[in-house]
Design a protein around this ligand. Structure first.
Ligand code: SF4
Length: 292
């Protein structure tokens, strides 16, 4: 019958036609792949119950890094914003000398390059406003290449989701690397006797006693004081930089909850990341600027 049809239509099958038992089983032969797969290990991921870490070179959520004494590496130069092909980054720099903590300094005693007085970052300037719009970002990494101080890097955190457009604009306090144990929260003076070049070269390995004393005088309740004091006294190892990480695996009963959290801007829920007055100020200033 089949051959008759072929004869009538001129159709020539490319593969030889099965005969006998093979022809009888041909309609269900495709299920062989299904049946054989039933006995192999499952390769699908149980996300969000279990979170699989991507490769170390994965381009995930950005982070703004800190020096070992807690000062920020970003100097507000805007090179990352200019390098961004998607126009996803917005930066406003400001002078350290203009920090509110320096308002009482006597005129002329605190020029822009002075290591004394309050600093958010070493040197003259710091990033007062820093935003990344993750609705625009294409994770190309060109901003990382452009950064002259290695302030901006990318972590392995891929949990970037949100319910609102506004929620996908990450502010400075969302992007700043968490303070490691032993770092002293900014603002505070630069390590005495150092320049910004010493910081860039990695010569500052932790907070000094003078920095601790400065913070204690102005913010006696600062939670980072004790650990930083131990580093300054040599009783504790110099702090290692930290980076944003995937949130922990969820238990079986929490899978649905975790899925909901991931959708509701999970990363933005990291309230512990919010550090320092500059970030808080920036959040209020420019939330809509980057939504062009
Ligand atoms: S992250 Fe780097 S490139 Fe961007 S403003 Fe800060 S220092 Fe400049």
């Amino acid at each position: 019958m089949t051959d008759d049809i072929h004869d009538e239509t001129g159709y020539q099958p490319l593969r030889p036609q099965a005969k006998g038992l093979g022809e009888f089983l041909a309609p269900v032969a495709g299920f062989g792949v299904t049946f054989s797969s039933m006995f192999k290990p499952v390769v699908t991921e149980d996300y969000p119950r279990r979170k699989v870490a991507p490769q170390s070179r994965y381009h995930g959520r950005h982070q703004l890094n800190r020096y070992a004494d807690g000062l920020e590496k970003c100097i507000g130069c805007e090179l990352c914003a200019w390098a961004c092909p998607a126009d996803a980054i917005y930066v406003e720099g400001a002078s350290n000398a203009d920090l509110p903590e320096n308002a009482d300094a006597a005129p002329g005693t605190l020029d822009a390059d002075s290591p004394a007085g309050a600093h958010m970052s070493p040197g003259e300037r710091y990033g007062r406003v820093y935003q990344i719009n993750y609705l625009r970002c294409i994770f190309c990494g060109l901003c990382i290449e452009a950064c002259p101080t290695r302030a901006l890097t990318m972590s392995n955190d891929y949990e970037l989701a949100g319910n609102t457009r506004e929620g996908m604009i990450y502010e400075k306090q969302d992007l700043l690397a968490p303070l490691s144990e032993g770092m002293l929260a900014a603002p505070h003076p630069m390590a005495e006797g150092t320049t910004d070049t010493d910081y860039y070269r990695g010569d500052v390995l932790g907070a000094t006693q003078a920095q601790v004393d400065w913070v204690r005088e102005r913010r006696p309740d600062d939670e980072t004081l004790d650990a930083a004091k131990a580093v300054a006294a040599g009783r504790r190892e110099a702090p290692e930089p930290r980076q944003h990480e995937l949130r922990p695996d969820a238990g079986p009963g929490e899978a649905e909850k975790a899925a909901g959290a991931a959708a509701v801007g999970s990363v933005r829920g990291a309230a512990g990341d919010r550090t320092g007055p500059s970030g808080a100020g920036g959040a209020a200033v420019q939330r809509t600027e980057v939504t062009r």
